[in-house]
Design a protein around this ligand. Structure first.
Ligand code: HEC
Ligand code: HEC
Ligand code: HEC
Ligand code: HEC
Ligand code: HEC
Ligand code: HEC
Length: 439
């Protein structure tokens, strides 16, 4: 088997394969838990969320519907609507859990596996707990040492191949004095030369694999789905924009004029809340507005002058190297807020980055597949969406007629290409050019 010179290539591939395959699964459970759940959950202690140790068993014993726990992690609201057990769990605390629509069932299992493998930290638990902790300890050790075994096997594999090659080399090249004449380096060079075609292909494949790997890593940078930070006031969009029909622009008043939509100052809230003091549970939240505005609601109401800043946490946030302009999309593109932010008139909870699967369920939205706010998402829509006053069919304002005329005069065949599918997409006007979106 080792007579063929291809052993080198084979060894290299085998090592590479083993390294990539092990590193990708070693990462799963622990990394996912730390990245997504550890802010609110611990294995053995209640924090913002309940302890997660053996939670799958707990749900099963508690009579939860099959698969309900996975639905819970992806979107607890859906789970609570479909499964009475999940609904009970959702009452555990007033804090709501985030959504993790991007996690697969396998990844969720990996998280729970990791949690269940965490030893009980307490000393002096009862016998059962100690035995449990012992069992958990060994299974965790097995899991981590398993990763190392692969590296060791790969190492041994390479050593065996090298030494088999070495023995053969010595047998072949011994002269009368019994001294080897050809050095390792020489033989490697000769072998590379003899097999230059397969070496070339091999190197190409490895380089391509590295580049693809690098890009896949890059695409993970800054991608957060269903992000829903806490806010200083539980501001309900449904009551304001829905029930009371307040226009988005009343509060986000720069959305049709500038790059950013803007978040209202406390004075905007006071336009109404000077009078609306709320009842019951509302009083506490509305009192925070008064605190920030420096307003004493007692009696006729008076400003005290002691104001405080309301620090809203930004929900939708693109990296600094990206240029995104609201007025361009809302006014020129004629796109509804729903397309990108979901239906805020029905949003009871705090605002969040709505996962693309949910955006797709809203009537009239362009159907997209890439996660919301990622580059793929912007690009995909620019490839699908017609510019508002698109085709030449006569409708549309002067601006676009001008563009069509210019295109036609410039290069008629290119213009025909553009119109082949009967529409002019954002892409065809340059919406895929890096510099349009990147500073
Ligand atoms: C923002 C805080 C937060 C984050 C982050 C979070 N959770 Fe939760 N989780 C909660 C809260 C709070 C509850 C309790 C239910 C409630 O009160 O709404 C909960 C409940 C649960 C439950 C049910 C627990 C039980 O005892 O029945 C499971 C399972 C769960 N979370 C899994 C996860 C997983 C897995 C992750 C990470 C992918 C995660 N959670 C991330 C806050 C969070
Ligand atoms: C009465 C004022 C008011 C109205 C009306 C209103 N909003 Fe808001 N909106 C706010 C405030 C205050 C915040 C910041 C607090 C927060 O994030 O919870 C906010 C936050 C948001 C965010 C998240 C911003 C971020 O940080 O990324 C979005 C998206 C949003 N609003 C969309 C809308 C849409 C769409 C409408 C119309 C359907 C609307 N809003 C109507 C006051 C308002
Ligand atoms: C155009 C008028 C108007 C503006 C502006 C306005 N609100 Fe309200 N707000 C209302 C009305 C109406 C209610 C409902 C009162 C009720 O249910 O009796 C309400 C209710 C609330 C509640 C209680 C919700 C609940 O049921 O728990 C909070 C909190 C609140 N507003 C915060 C804000 C904040 C913060 C701002 C500024 C960003 C703001 N509002 C701006 C009209 C307004
Ligand atoms: C084409 C998608 C898209 C549409 C349509 C859209 N937004 Fe946004 N919105 C975004 C993105 C992307 C961000 C994040 C911007 C950033 O971080 O620079 C954002 C951020 C926001 C914010 C946070 C504050 C800010 O300016 O960064 C608010 C508030 C908001 N949008 C409200 C609205 C409202 C109201 C509408 C409808 C009138 C709307 N958006 C329409 C994509 C969109
Ligand atoms: C729902 C579809 C949609 C999404 C999502 C979207 N865009 Fe757009 N975008 C448009 C449309 C439509 C136009 C064209 C407006 C017009 O008619 O000029 C546009 C135009 C632009 C332009 C101007 C292009 C030019 O040729 O001048 C930029 C820059 C841009 N978008 C950036 C972004 C970024 C960054 C994102 C992601 C954060 C994004 N867009 C997400 C639909 C979208
Ligand atoms: C329609 C707008 C748009 C266009 C066109 C665009 N980008 Fe991006 N790009 C984005 C957005 C939005 C992000 C941030 C996405 C995120 O944080 O996940 C981004 C992020 C990136 C990143 C950082 C990696 C990442 O995914 O976070 C790189 C690198 C990049 N873009 C390169 C390019 C290159 C090269 C081109 C031209 C071929 C290009 N972009 C064209 C919108 C665009």
């Amino acid at each position: 088997m080792f007579n063929k010179g291809n052993k080198w290539l084979f060894a290299l591939f085998a090592t590479l394969f083993l390294m990539t395959s092990t590193s990708s699964f070693a990462q799963d459970g622990e990394a996912l838990f730390n990245a997504k759940c550890a802010t609110c959950h611990q294995p053995h202690q209640d924090m913002t969320g309940p302890k997660l140790y053996e939670v799958r068993k707990k749900w099963e014993d508690g009579g939860a519907a099959d698969g309900s726990i996975y639905q819970w992690v992806k979107n607890w609201q859906v789970a609570a609507a479909n499964d009475p057990y999940a609904k009970e769990v959702s009452a555990w605390s007033p804090t709501a859990m985030s959504f993790f629509a991007d996690l697969s069932n396998e990844q969720i299992d990996a998280i729970f596996d990791y949690v269940d493998a965490q030893p009980m930290p307490s000393a002096g638990g009862d016998g059962g707990a100690v035995a449990d902790a012992g069992g958990a300890q060994t299974s965790q050790e097995q899991e981590t040492s398993l990763g190392w075994i692969w590296y060791i096997i790969a190492g041994i594999f390479v050593v065996i191949i090298l030494s088999v090659g070495g023995v053969r080399r010595q047998l072949q090249h011994i002269d009368e004095d019994g001294e080897p004449q050809v050095t390792y380096g020489d033989e490697i060079k000769q072998w590379i030369f003899r097999n230059r075609k397969s070496v070339g292909v091999g190197v190409l494949v490895i380089v391509l694999a590295l580049i693809v790997g690098l890009f896949l890593q890059l695409y993970q940078i800054g991608v957060v789905t269903a992000y829903q930070p806490s806010q200083p006031i539980q501001f309900p969009h449904d009551i304001h924009a829905g029930t009371n029909g307040i226009d988005c622009k009343y509060c986000h008043n720069s959305v049709d004029k500038s790059k950013s939509a803007g978040v209202p100052t406390v004075n905007v809230c006071m336009n109404c809340h000077k009078q609306i003091k709320g009842a019951g549970e509302q009083v506490e939240q509305i009192a925070k507005i008064y605190e920030a505005a420096g307003f004493n609601p007692e009696g006729p109401g008076a400003y005290t002058g002691e104001t405080e800043n309301l620090v809203w946490n930004k929900v939708h946030s693109l990296p600094d190297h990206v240029y995104f302009n609201h007025s361009q999309h809302v006014v020129v593109g004629g796109i509804d807020c729903k397309q990108c932010h979901g239906d805020m008139t029905k949003q009871k909870e705090l605002p969040r980055v709505v996962p693309v699967e949910e955006l797709n369920q809203i009537e009239g939205n362009v159907q997209l597949t890439k996660p919301t706010l990622t580059m793929g998402w912007c690009i995909e829509c620019h490839g699908e969406k017609e510019i508002a006053n698109g085709p030449v069919s006569g409708k549309g304002g002067g601006y676009y007629e001008e563009i069509h005329k210019r295109l036609l005069e410039n290069d008629e065949s290119l213009y025909e290409d553009y119109l082949e599918d009967g529409k002019v997409t954002v892409k065809e006007l340059g919406g895929w050019e890096c510099a349009k979106c990147h500073y």
